[in-house]
Design a binder for this molecule. Structure first.
Ligand code: OOB
Length: 554
């Protein structure tokens, strides 16, 4: 299928307005990068333990990589599932794809067979890019199995230290500097209305949905998020969140830094020891983290001091609700300015501004980055707007919020209103100053330290266990992760189940580890709502009550 066929276009008059307002520039991300590379030629664009590349050098490798992908037989609009750790090759490959109109599908390193098989088939990918071994997991073996069983995957591209996989293409070789055979080669040029990249939804209904972001809308996302974070040519951006996630990729993140002439520092882990060392070594000015990571940084700084963080100017925190108390500790404790970011791969990005009063930075999740972002806060049942300031479900549409998931008409009918608003499933309150406070969620998700997990997916996996008659996955409050996965199960007579067996089953199914239940509660029955659905609200309340009883007792 052509990518465009699976997308839901913005209505023509709306698109015309975005163009007239200059939000859609009619420029591709590849062209925007090439222009930045020309302007900032000798500045350092990308640096890690392995390489240090100026803009000219990075641009040369990007062009060479694009030419080599074409030589492999890839053509514009082909999809490539990219599962890479934070590494310089991710940047070269991604920008090369954007340049040549090849569409990367941004998998996460934590994904396993269950997720990757789905992404490959949903995107009809022709290639899969993986590390060989990462954190003791053999991605190459999985890649081979996926290629063998997929009707579309022709190429396995592998990031390896020893380059000894004869049946795979070496990613390092693809990302090498150009040589005479490819220098100056004419490359295809995508249209700005073409799909640039596929991001993944957190997935309320089972496996992640694909979100097709066009060059026009994704460039708009980057251009709008850059000024509020004061990203410019002096920015040194540390990426510790998985680089294929929208937050570090484009809010303004890696791509925003590269378009501004700054320096990107990829780092394979957010662990405080490594992050602090990278911040000190490279003079990092900007970075993005989820609340659980920030909490670990605060603890570490409490133990070793703040000296290493002296260069930090902006610390973006988002992906999950930052508790007000933690926000206060960040403001008091860490150098630089805290910026809360409430965003989604589906589009809308809200940020607190760097000059906002402390009360706003600590107590809200910010406001939209564009005046053309349209927001409604509605009652969950009636769908009508709530009174100003009252909590309700956030709906949104705008210049960088696509009107539907890729090739998913049924989900779209549930997740988008007929007039094109995306139903975020987040419960928010909008203050008179326009800032949003995230109060909860109506969608059936668990946000485990910033990883969005579909309760339904966990339940479906649990039902495959012998003896599980009823299953309900709900969020259990947790101090640092915010939430963990609690599985309630009703067992058939004569069956036993323990948490170890549940987790082993999830592993055997090849599911990303973060989705494994952290707790198992076996019960004889589950509470039901009046219409006979499992009453998750009651289950959540039970967990909260038990936790507060524990806290009171301790
Ligand atoms: C970001 O994107 P996703 O697609 O992984 O997750 C989006 C969902 C939101 O709908 C919301 O439920 C939750 O994650 N979320 C937050 C939050 N930021 C995201 N909940 C409370 N407070 C926040 N600050 O997570 C994402 C994408 C771009 C920028 C930042 C985050």
């Amino acid at each position: 299928m052509k990518t465009r066929e699976g997308t839901t276009p913005w209505p023509a008059d709306v698109a015309a307005r975005y163009r007239a307002e200059g939000l859609w520039q009619g420029r591709t991300l590849g062209d925007a990068f090439a222009e930045a590379a020309h302007v900032h030629a000798d500045r350092v664009a990308l640096v890690d333990d392995e390489v240090s590349l100026t803009y000219t050098e990075l641009h040369d490798r990007v062009e060479a990589c694009a030419a080599r992908l074409i030589d492999l037989g890839l053509v514009p609009d082909d999809r490539v599932v990219v599962q890479l750790p934070n590494h310089w090759t991710f940047v070269v490959l991604t920008v090369a794809c954007l340049r040549a109109g090849i569409v990367p599908v941004m998998a996460l390193p934590a994904h396993r067979e269950h997720e990757l098989r789905h992404l490959v088939s949903a995107s009809e990918a022709v290639a899969l890019v993986t590390p060989d071994i990462l954190r003791d997991f053999d991605h190459l073996a999985l890649g081979r199995a996926l290629r063998a069983s997929s009707p579309t995957v022709r190429h396995l591209i592998v990031l390896s230290d020893d380059d000894d996989a004869p049946d795979a293409v070496s990613l390092r070789a693809l990302c090498a500097p150009s040589d005479d055979s490819i220098r100056g080669r004419a490359l295809p040029r995508p249209d700005a209305t073409d799909v640039a990249v596929f991001l993944l939804s957190g997935g309320t209904t089972g496996l992640p949905k694909l979100i097709a972001r066009t060059h026009d809308d994704y460039l708009c996302n980057i251009v709008l998020t850059s000024p509020p974070s004061a990203v410019d040519r002096d920015t040194v951006y540390l990426a510790t969140l998985p680089m294929g996630h929208n937050f570090p990729l484009a809010c303004p993140g890696i791509l925003g830094t590269l378009l501004a002439g700054g320096t990107v520092v990829p780092l394979g882990s957010p662990r405080p020891e490594r992050a602090f060392a990278a911040i000190e070594r490279h003079g990092v000015t900007h970075t993005a983290a989820v609340p659980a990571v920030v909490a670990s940084w605060l603890d570490h700084a409490g133990a070793v001091g703040f000296d290493a963080l002296g260069s930090l100017r902006v610390l973006q925190v988002g992906g999950a609700r930052l508790a007000d108390e933690l926000a206060e500790r960040v403001v008091r404790g860490l150098p630089g300015t805290l910026q809360q970011v409430f965003g989604m791969a589906e589009g809308l990005i809200n940020v607190t501004r760097l000059d906002d009063p402390v009360e706003v930075v600590v107590g809200t999740q910010g406001r939209p980055v564009s005046p053309l972002d349209e927001l409604r806060v509605v009652d969950e049942t009636s769908g009508l707007d709530v009174a100003p300031g009252a909590p309700g479900v956030l709906l949104t549409r705008g210049p960088y919020t696509p009107r539907g998931y890729f090739d998913a008409p049924e989900t779209n009918a549930r997740s988008f209103t007929p007039d094109g608003y995306y139903i975020t499933g987040d419960i928010v309150r909008r203050r008179p100053d326009g800032n949003l406070v995230v109060e909860g969620r109506s969608k059936d998700m668990i946000n485990r330290g910033g990883e969005n997990i579909s309760a339904e997916e966990v339940e479906n996996l649990a039902y495959a266990l012998a003896g599980v008659r009823l299953a309900a996955a709900v969020a259990m409050p947790h101090d640092t992760l915010g939430e963990t996965v609690c599985l309630f199960a009703v067992l058939s007579d004569g069956h036993d189940l323990d948490l170890g067996a549940v987790r082993a089953h999830f592993d055997a199914c090849g599911v990303a580890a973060f989705k494994r239940p952290d707790h198992l509660v076996t019960v004889t029955e589950l509470p039901l709502t009046k219409v006979g659905k499992i009453d998750k609200k009651a289950l959540r309340e039970r967990l909260v009550a038990e936790r507060s009883a524990e806290l009171t007792a301790s």
